[in-house]
Design a protein around this ligand. Structure first.
Ligand SMILES: *Cc1c(COP(=O)(O)O)cnc(C)c1O
Length: 422
């Protein structure tokens, strides 16, 4: 039996508790949607204001004179992101979005040849990844029905590594998978998958949308070929914040499939030559002018990740999701809820996946009670207790409110259908 006293004690001993004050949290609201859009921190706000000040003060000279010179900001952010990836910095660049970065990496490294044309993916991945993959196949005049292998899920929520491995054959060019599945929160074994894929000469590309900032990675050690991610989820860069990509050193030097002037070697960029000399590092996979105002907030946010350490963040995150599951078990057993994320620490990302037939209206009731959850059609309630700004008591409180809603049938006064954005 876990009590309010227990969770308050854990909060007292929480080594990351000070960070809650760094974020803008609304009174009487518990935010459980940091896996869709992370909250604004004071440091991100200051970093954005700094960029505006630099613009006001320096105009065009901001490219070299800004407090964090804009011309080098993508590389600087890549360098700051690298420790979250277990990567050395020259392989990491802040640029684009997940979808555009997927297009870039597929345009560059998916070079189907006779006998090796296929891409392994999964039927549970986020639609944008699949759209990008299929459209890149179409550009090669290949039919996705024939060349795309979507690994099926046996329970509708999770994947089995052995099913994925069983499809690795010599006709597969590339593997594109999420590190953490966006609905169930399952964390795939990236190390094993990469090792097995490489035995068959298959390139490995991971989408880290739901792991970066929540789970540590060892991309270099695992010898992953490529990765993409966004920064507006666990990394708190703000709506539309610039994303990032990783290209393993052994692939650096490959001419970008989608070239632009920011793919250039920085020394040569302003020669304005019509022959591109690409950067020798991951910067080569940038295209156009970096989105400075959408990148600046990340400077402030990453500073906190570097300070706190991703290992400590993961430790607290696992304790928070474990507490969630334990309390759901303790309090909500009889109310038609099912936990669909994997229960083991090493197979779980940063959120809890709670399934209920009336999930849509339960989420609406949660909002009316000051809890911001994340609904995914048709029956999933995602709850992300983000380590930086969630206390153990917050988790306790969310479960208490959930129980009150279903016990008193408060959700019945809402329609059981999704809103336009869910
Ligand atoms: C959030 C998310 C995206 C979004 O892609 P953008 O290009 O950043 O809009 C893509 N894939 C996955 C797996 C996601 O979770």
């Amino acid at each position: 039996m876990i009590t309010l006293d227990d969770v308050r004690k854990w909060d007292e001993h929480d080594e990351l508790k000070e960070y809650k004050q760094e974020f803008f949290l609304k009174d009487a609201t518990i935010y459980m949607d940091g896996n869709s859009l992370g909250l604004l921190s004071r440091r991100s706000e200051a970093a954005l204001h700094q960029s505006l000040d630099d613009w006001r003060e320096h105009g065009i000279e901001g490219w070299t004179q800004a407090a964090e010179p804009w011309y080098y900001m993508s590389e600087k952010l890549g360098q700051m992101t690298a420790p979250l990836l277990g990567a050395s910095p020259d392989q990491v660049i802040n640029t684009g979005s997940i979808t555009t970065n997927l297009h870039q990496l597929l345009a560059t490294f998916y070079t189907p040849e006779k006998g090796r044309t296929k891409i392994i993916g999964d039927e549970l991945n986020f639609p944008s990844d699949i759209y990008a993959l299929k459209s890149q196949m179409a550009l090669h005049h290949l039919d996705p029905d024939e060349h795309f292998i979507p690994i099926e899920s046996s329970d509708g929520y999770t994947l089995k590594e052995e099913d994925i491995i069983a499809h690795m054959k010599e006709d597969v060019a590339l593997l594109l998978l999420p590190s953490v599945l966006y609905r169930s929160g399952q964390l795939l074994d990236m190390k094993i998958l990469t090792k097995e894929a490489h035995k068959h000469g298959i390139l490995v590309l991971f989408d880290l949308a739901h792991s970066i900032g929540a789970v540590p990675h060892q991309l270099d050690e695992w010898e992953v070929d490529f990765a993409v991610w966004c920064t507006y989820k666990y990394l708190n860069s703000g709506p539309g914040g610039t994303g990032g990509l990783y290209v393993n050193r052994r692939h650096l030097g490959t001419h970008p499939g989608l070239a632009g002037w920011f793919s250039s070697d920085k020394e040569k960029q302003f020669d304005m030559n019509h022959e591109l000399t690409p950067s020798s590092n991951a910067g080569a996979f940038q295209i156009g002018t970096p989105h400075i105002l959408s990148s600046a907030p990340l400077l402030g946010s990453l500073e906190m990740f570097l300070e706190a350490g991703i290992g400590n963040i993961r430790k607290k995150s696992l304790q928070l999701t474990q507490l969630f599951m334990d309390l759901i078990h303790q309090e909500l057993e009889d109310f038609g809820f099912n936990i669909r994320n994997p229960l083991e620490n090493e197979r779980r990302g940063g959120h809890v996946c709670l399934v209920h037939e009336e999930a849509a209206r339960i989420c609406k009731a949660l909002k009316s009670e000051g809890v911001v959850p994340d609904y995914r059609s048709p029956n999933v309630i995602r709850l992300a207790p983000v380590a930086f700004y969630t206390s153990y008591e917050d988790v306790y409180e969310v479960v208490r409110i959930l129980k009150e809603i279903v016990q008193e049938e408060k959700h019945k006064s809402f329609k059981n259908e999704r809103d336009i954005i869910a």
